[in-house]
Design a protein around this ligand. Structure first.
Ligand SMILES: [Zn+2]
Length: 222
């Protein structure tokens, strides 16, 4: 009897240990948001993202009891019609692909031409899909990175090989400041959230852009 009791206690302890293990892996707060899958599905149906030598569809992403992920994410190796490489490649949802193209075509490339008289060869990706809390703060709300709905860009390399980093260029030379501020401010035309060094210390070395749904005129551009 005693042995049977000790076995069952051991069993309960094991279940509790496994359960707590499952919850400790989730370091953010979030609730299910089924509309995200609908938004992604309508983007896919609209056919705005075509596979190409630099855009490849990847298998479904899912983590943290399905609170994170995307159903049909894309691995993007280049934007701007293939002109601007993303290094490393970004893993993003369907909606982010045309948004990145629009930002690069309408803002990043024209700004480089205007300031330096050069094109842009590469953008450095510091983060794309990542199932984690906002600002990496334990217990914060799930980041848009967790939905493959955000990208962090840390640097831009021009076609002459020179690299402008957000870290040193934001308060750097006149030309670098003009370029980076134009790229940051212009991102707000496309993305609903744009955060840079002016927002907080967490963003001192990159621009965060995402497509979190917000009411028109209530985008965050800091
Ligand atoms: Zn970010």
């Amino acid at each position: 009897m005693l042995r049977r009791l000790s076995y069952s206690v051991f069993g309960i302890m094991t279940v509790l240990a496994l359960a707590s293990c499952g919850t400790t892996t989730r370091n953010f707060v979030a609730s299910p948001e089924p509309w995200r899958k609908s938004a992604e599905a309508s983007c896919l149906r609209a056919g705005v993202v075509m596979e190409s030598p630099f855009i490849a569809q990847r298998s479904s992403l899912s983590a943290a009891d399905d609170l994170c992920g995307a159903v049909h994410p894309f691995q993007v190796a280049a934007v701007g019609g293939g002109a601007v490489a993303l290094v490393p490649n970004a893993l993003v949802n369907c909606q982010m692909v045309p948004a990145l193209d629009q930002w690069v075509d309408d803002v990043v490339i024209p700004a480089a031409h205007a300031v330096y008289g050069l094109g842009v060869a590469q953008m450095k990706v510091l983060a794309s899909y990542s199932c984690r809390p906002m600002n990496n703060v334990y217990g914060a709300k799930l980041s848009e990175h967790g939905h493959a709905n955000a990208v962090d860009i840390g640097a831009f390399t021009l076609t002459n090989g020179r690299t402008i980093t957000v870290l040193t260029g934001w308060n750097g030379s006149d030309a670098d400041r003009r370029f980076l501020h134009a790229v940051h401010d212009g991102a707000c035309q496309t993305f609903t959230t744009v955060l840079g060094p002016g927002y907080n210390a967490e963003h001192h070395d990159h621009f965060h852009v995402d497509l979190m749904p917000r009411h028109v005129g209530h985008g965050v551009c800091e």
